[in-house]
Write a protein that binds this ligand. Structure first.
Ligand code: XMP
Length: 512
């Protein structure tokens, strides 16, 4: 395997992801426990991440000596490069300006990282984000590429098989970055690249068995891909020790609840408790129009219902969740303060504390598309695996203002038409998420020879890789107008349709 030492960069998980894409298993360890991880894993190579810290600070994190002196191949990225240089006797200084964003490097010499990829004299785009920079190399290193702001953009010590770069190869804005990382793990570290999702499945099943022992696990299904994949994986690991609970809050899309129930009970034969709590949720939402109040009420009520069901099955020591990497805020933090709450994402994170349960989260290190791949590996049907994400609070946050059963029904119909048209046009998989929003705004229209005075429906469709940033999907006007016509003709209560042209940021994907 490869050991990735995390110095607290925002993008350390992307390094792990690129290594997985190169068919190699890796583990991430925070720098503070990297020495133990190194001893346990006996890795073929080590990658040192970036960091918001500075090696010039007295408390800047260090590469543990056992790793530094191990003789194993190493790759330092950004802070990793500076730490290597600093600790091996070179010099790092605070840059006066720094480089942030797109930069170009010129290849000056060949090295193992560039095999089959970059030639001397070429210029390549990379993504930089640094203030400090290396100003004198440690002994045994030579520069192999330079940028305008960093004369030592890539450095190599061939004898010791240590390489380092000032830029970030793990991000997509370094177009050849994934290949550089692949060259490191395959050519420099000599790993064969035979690790696959099938291996991940096996490893995780073993880990789940170890963690759970004879304990009972309860898993909340949301109807989405993540919790379904987690549940199927855990069921494969521990069978009957798992109980799934599907809390139907009445805020699901058309046909959604039925699909989940039939998938679990039918195709997988996994015991599933289906709770119809729609009345409870919709009653509680009466008169509530503030977005955060809606989210909090739904989150809390979800926990109440879930807790009741857990008691009925006689309790469980473990709670399984389909938490993905982008949901995990943990990592090593140097900034101290919590990030600003834009919106309170619904999850069952409040549960373990209240119910005194331990968490089983087998998908914690994966990104959405990797979870889909694992779902396919587990045999989940493509229509399910490929589904657009759907938020826990459901349609409630797509109905600004008060949520009622009637408004949910109107929105469900419009949403179903929109998605059917998207599927028919073959666009579903090109879009990260598409949905309709029902606005609490009435406008005047004319239908037949009569006046109408009805609600506005907004359509949203975005592309994204992780939901953190998003761009609007550029439908052609023809497509949008035919969807609008269908919705207005077929859904009573809507007489006008608009399209949302806001990217994220500044907008969020959901409207609330
Ligand atoms: P926003 O609206 O924050 O959404 O740009 C980003 C992604 O997260 C989904 N989302 C949620 N998912 N519980 C969830 O499970 C939530 O409370 C929640 N809020 C937003 C949203 O659908 C999009 O994919």
């Amino acid at each position: 395997p490869i050991l990735i030492v995390d110095f607290g960069s925002q993008v350390t998980q992307l390094i792990a992801r690129r290594v997985r894409e190169a068919g190699v298993y890796s583990e991430i360890a925070p720098f503070s426990s990297a020495a133990e991880a190194f001893a346990r894993l006996d890795p073929a190579g080590v990658i040192l991440s970036g960091s918001p810290a500075s090696v010039l600070d007295s408390d800047g994190p260090q590469i543990p000596d056992v790793i530094l002196n191990s003789g194993r191949p190493m790759l330092g990225i950004c802070y990793g490069q500076q730490a290597l240089t600093h600790q091996l006797g070179g010099e790092v200084l605070a840059g006066e300006s720094g480089e942030f964003g797109r930069a170009f490097i010129e290849i000056e010499e060949t090295c193992a990282l560039f095999d089959g990829l970059w030639q001397v004299g070429e210029r390549h785009q990379v993504w930089m984000s640094h203030g400090d920079k290396v100003t004198r190399l440690a002994e045994g290193f030579r520069p192999v590429a330079a940028s305008a702001g960093a004369p030592f953009a890539v450095i190599a010590n061939d004898a010791k098989r240590i390489y380092a770069m000032q830029f970030h190869p793990e991000v997509v804005h370094t177009p050849d970055g994934a290949k550089l990382l692949k060259n490191f793990v395959r050519h420099v570290c000599g790993l064969t690249g035979d690790w696959t999702m099938a291996e991940f499945r096996k490893t995780k099943i073993e880990e789940i068995r170890q963690q759970v022992g004879n304990g009972r696990v309860i898993c909340g299904l949301s109807g989405g891909v993540d919790s379904a994949v987690a549940a199927v994986l855990i069921h494969e690991a521990i069978g009957e020790q798992l109980t799934c609970v599907f809390v139907d809050h009445g805020l699901m899309r058309s046909g959604e609840a039925e699909q989940v129930v039939s998938l679990f009970r039918g195709a997988y034969n996994i015991p599933l408790v289906h709770v119809d709590a729609s009345t409870l949720f919709l009653k509680g939402l009466e008169g509530v129009s503030d977005p955060e109040a809606k989210r909090k009420f739904i989150g809390k009520t979800f926990i109440d219902v879930f807790e009741d069901e857990a008691k009925k099955i006689g309790g469980a020591e473990f709670l399984a969740q389909g938490t993905l990497y982008p949901d995990v805020i943990e990592s090593v933090s140097f900034t101290g303060g919590p990030s600003v709450t834009i919106k309170s994402h619904h999850n069952v994170g409040g549960l373990p504390e209240r119910m005194n349960m331990k968490l089983v989260e087998p998908l914690r290190e994966l990104f959405k598309d990797e979870v889909r791949e694992l779902g396919r590996e587990l045999g989940l049907p493509e229509v399910f695996v490929g589904r657009h994400p759907f938020p826990g609070p459901g349609l409630a946050i797509r109905i600004p203002g008060e949520v009622t059963r009637e408004r949910c029904d109107v929105l469900r119909k419009a949403d179903a038409i929109y998605l059917e048209e998207i599927r028919n046009a073959g666009l579903y998989d090109a879009i990260w998420q598409a949905f309709a929003v029902l606005l609490p705004v009435k406008t005047v229209g004319v239908m037949g020879d009569g006046r109408t005075y009805d609600n506005v429906c907004a359509l949203r469709a975005v592309t994204s890789t992780d939901g953190m940033t998003a761009d609007i999907y550029p439908f052609d006007a023809h497509f949008l107008s035919s969807v609008a016509t269908r919705i207005i003709n077929e859904v009573k209560g809507i007489n006008r349709v608009v399209y949302d042209y806001t990217s994220k940021p500044p907008g969020t994907i959901e409207w609330e």
